[in-house]
Design a binder for this molecule. Structure first.
Ligand code: FES
Length: 150
């Protein structure tokens, strides 16, 4: 399967059947992010114990790419350490924004997340894919400040 097919199939699947959609009650932290270009909003909830992300959930309304990206992110990071989450955030940011970033530079196998590189063909959609990742950073580090991807 080439990257275009992977992109189409993964985005369709995760938009149709979002994983980890829902709310976590405190003491889980949360942050709300929005894309000012379209008004779409996502809230990310994170339950962290001893430096491990035990549970991640999201809710909100967004386009297929933003929902699929959030679904993929929660799936990929549940059970990971905060350090691994930081590393993956950096890798995804590079994947979405640098057309010449080969996947082989990754220190971890991105798996299905590699499909997100498909948005590089549609620069206006990069914010859609990155919204949940910025919002997760806020949920983990600065949950009181709303995130705006502008
Ligand atoms: Fe709103 Fe994608 S169009 S987040």
């Amino acid at each position: 399967m080439d990257l275009k097919e992977l992109y189409r199939d993964v985005i369709l699947d995760h938009n149709k059947r979002p994983r980890n959609f829902g709310v976590l009650a405190p003491p889980a932290t949360s942050a709300r992010g929005h894309n000012p270009l379209c008004g779409d909003q996502l809230t990310i909830y994170a339950k962290v114990e001893n430096g491990i992300i035990k549970e991640l959930k999201f809710e909100g309304s967004g386009c297929a790419i933003s929902v699929a990206s959030a679904s993929l992110m929660t799936e990929a990071l549940t059970g990971k350490t905060l350090g691994q989450a930081d590393t993956l955030y950096t890798q995804i940011h590079a994947l979405l924004t640098h057309a010449d970033t080969p996947d082989s530079t990754s220190t971890v196998d991105l798996g299905k997340l590699a499909a997100l590189s498909g948005v590089r063909e549609f620069p206006a959609r990069v914010k859609c894919a990155s919204l949940c990742w910025h919002t997760l950073q806020a949920a983990l580090n600065d949950p009181t400040t709303p995130v705006c991807t502008e």
